[in-house]
Design a protein around this ligand. Structure first.
Ligand code: AHR
Length: 655
């Protein structure tokens, strides 16, 4: 070999030595099949925050469709002769309606215009279902209105005439096609006949809702939820369960039955939060408990409704005003019992009958109920106890979820956990919105939890990267992925977990980070979404012990890992997060297997980014997505190269 070649080989060897990834030998002992993982392990938490329901998931495009906001024309422009009325209403719980009277002068118009939720999104060639309750007033002649879709340049991008031919309230329904795309359009309705007419519950939905349902949900958003394959679906909140005051708590009974007669409720998040005030944020309850149960069924998740515990939002109330006296809780407890009847009762029962009338005679098979959201102090267990006694007496199989307060630790948390044990709830809901370091430090959080229960429901959590104004960036997702290895390793005691919040409208949000962002036409899955999806798609059936030097892998050398067995597909699934910048080689030695057992590498996926602050946006929704990757098997050793700042899911099939 020439001196030159020798020199080149020396450089190459030195380079490879210095750049060689560090190597780690993990052990997956197949003899120790661990605890069963609950099918509810990875799920979703939905709250009407950030215009997640009205203006978001609920596909209604008209804001204040019944003119029943406290300012009845909020969301509307009127022109010509428009009067607000509420005498002899069609819907007693939403009594307002408008009367339009033609102006004397033929060139003056009378009508109304709705601004939607930060505009109305129209898609070229899509059909929209317009409906309205209407009647002629004092006229033998047929009355006519024109319905127009208006773009931001004030051009008409869709229109149709509608004849109102009855003197009694009737529902009219027509489809209108949009001939152009417009993200922030308006709906205009004006009279084209001479006379007067009344309009109530003015509604516009895309025809193409999820499953084509009337009063339906936004298809792209539901599909994003279904694509997670969630095991549990918690609804309707969050703080909106509690309300700014008891008056405005989420009252599920107001959210069922005929949609036009579900009384409007103020949304707790209309209130200022992070200096953002949304005076026009109300709940139409069009997306109500029936729709939530149906949605759970559609996306294959167990429904987990939460009811008010007789306590309004404790953040917004101190002391006296926020609670119902313990002796006067009966209505609240009855609401919880009736909810179970609504979901599961025979069609001969009062509430089961309503469910059937609404279109679902089969029971929803509800198994869980949450009592209260983030409650704290003795006020909570004093009340919860009454609910527990009543529910256990009537529905002993329903699993009850209590709260450990608004924080992951501290005085309230330390007080409430023993209280939850005393009351023997089945699961305790824990919430943590913490910084990246907390998530990385807490991967061992559940290793030392009392195995006797109650079980844990990590009901709201998200990594808040304050250095970026709490963006949904890759770093926050990576920290969550690392932390979740600890949830998975402890699946014997952690039975459910749900990221929070779920949705946010880019032009109308109160809180971030959020899992899915949308505008009136588009939506974007965050890196946090993909982490949840990777876990939910690879939930497995049993925890498997995965160790390094005999210990769980929970942060040493910036590695976090867990493993499961999926008995349904005969696959071991290893999840590993590498939060360092350096590439690492991990060998997973699969021990304890019978000599005749043969393994092969299954599909492997990695989620990696050099730029920790990288995000997805509505314009670049696929900037960050998990990618297929390779791993090799040498004998019974799975070999993987983990790039710096990556989270990977690796599968080994048992052949
Ligand atoms: O997810 C947003 C809010 O955070 C929820 O309403 C509440 O439970 C928590 O404080």
């Amino acid at each position: 070999m020439s001196v030159k070649k020798l020199f080149i080989s020396f450089i190459a060897i030195s380079f490879s030595l210095f750049s060689a990834a560090q190597q780690y030998d993990f052990e997956l002992n197949t003899k120790k099949v661990g605890a069963q993982i609950q099918s509810t392990m990875y799920g979703l938490f939905f709250e009407d925050i950030n215009f997640g329901a009205d203006g978001g998931l609920y596909a209604e495009l008209v804001k204040n469709r019944s003119f029943d906001f406290p300012q009845p024309f909020m969301g509307w422009n009127t022109f010509g002769n428009v009067e607000l009325k509420n005498d002899n209403p069609k819907f007693d719980r939403n009594p307002n309606y408008v009367v339009l009277t033609t102006a004397e002068h033929a060139h003056k118009h009378t009508g109304i215009e709705n601004e939607g939720f930060v505009g109305i999104g129209f898609k070229k060639d899509a059909d929209y279902r317009f409906s309205v309750w209407a009647k002629k007033i004092n006229s033998n002649d047929v009355q006519k209105i024109r319905i127009e879709f208006i773009n931001s340049a004030n051009d008409i991008i869709g229109r149709r005439e509608l004849s109102i031919n009855s003197n009694d309230w009737e529902k009219y329904e027509i489809e209108i096609k949009a001939n152009a795309t417009e993200p922030k359009g308006k709906l205009r309705i004006f009279m084209t006949s001479k006379g007067a007419l009344a309009l109530e519950h003015v509604s516009l939905f895309p025809v193409d809702t999820y499953k084509g349902r009337k009063n339906g949900l936004r298809k792209d958003l539901v599909e994003a939820l279904a694509d997670i394959k969630p095991g549990i679906f918690r609804f309707p909140g969050g703080c909106i369960v509690e309300g700014t005051d008891l008056e405005t708590r989420y009252n599920w009974k107001n959210s069922v039955g005929q949609v036009e007669n579900r009384p409007l409720n103020e949304n707790r998040w209309h209130y200022t939060f992070a200096n953002r005030l949304f005076p026009d944020y109300f709940q139409s309850y069009g997306l109500g408990f029936y729709e939530y149960f149906l949605l759970s069924e559609d996306i294959g998740a167990e429904p987990l409704p939460v009811v008010n515990a007789g306590l309004a939002c404790q953040y917004q109330n101190d002391g006296e005003h926020c609670h119902v006296p313990v002796g006067e809780l009966q209505d609240y407890i009855q609401d919880a019992l009736d909810l179970i009847e609504f979901a599961n009762g025979a069609t001969t029962t009062t509430w089961g009958k309503l469910r059937a009338e609404m279109g679902h005679p089969e029971p929803f098979n509800m198994k869980f109920i949450g009592i209260g959201n983030e409650q704290w102090g003795s006020l909570y267990p004093e009340r919860l106890e009454k609910f527990v006694t009543a529910i256990r007496a009537k529905y002993p199989n329903i699993k009850i979820i209590g709260s450990s307060g608004p924080s992951a630790d501290g005085k309230e948390f330390d007080y409430l956990w023993p209280e939850m044990k005393r009351l023997k709830v089945d699961l305790v809901d824990e919430h943590y919105y913490k910084d990246p370091d907390w998530f990385l430090r807490s991967a061992k959080r559940y290793d030392t939890y009392d195995r006797k229960g109650p079980a844990v429901f990590a009901g709201e959590y998200a990594c808040h990267d304050h250095s970026t104004g709490k963006q949904n960036n890759f770093y926050s997702a990576l920290c969550e992925a690392a932390f979740m290895t600890g949830l998975e390793r402890n699946a014997d005691i952690v039975h459910m977990c749900t990221y929070a919040p779920l949705f946010a409208h880019v032009d109308a949000w109160q809180w971030r980070p959020d899992m899915i962002w949308f505008d009136n036409l588009r939506m974007m899955k965050t890196p946090n979404y993909y982490v949840q999806q990777l876990y939910a798609h690879n939930v497995g059936t049993n925890v498997m012990p995965l160790t390094w030097n005999g210990k769980p892998i929970a942060g040493e050398d910036n590695l976090y890992a867990s493993a499961v067995l999926d008995k349904n597909t005969n696959t071991y699934i290893v999840k590993v997060a590498n939060t360092s910048q350096n590439e690492k080689t991990v060998n997973v030695n699969i021990t304890g297997a019978n000599r005749r057992t043969k393994f092969s590498v299954g599909e492997c996926v990695t989620f990696q980014q050099d730029n920790l602050r990288a995000v997805n946006t509505l314009d670049e929704p696929n900037n960050l997505t998990p990618q297929k990757t390779n791993a090799t098997l040498e004998g019974n050793t799975l070999k993987m190269n983990l790039k710096g700042q990556s989270f990977g899911v690796y599968k080994v099939k048992i052949n």
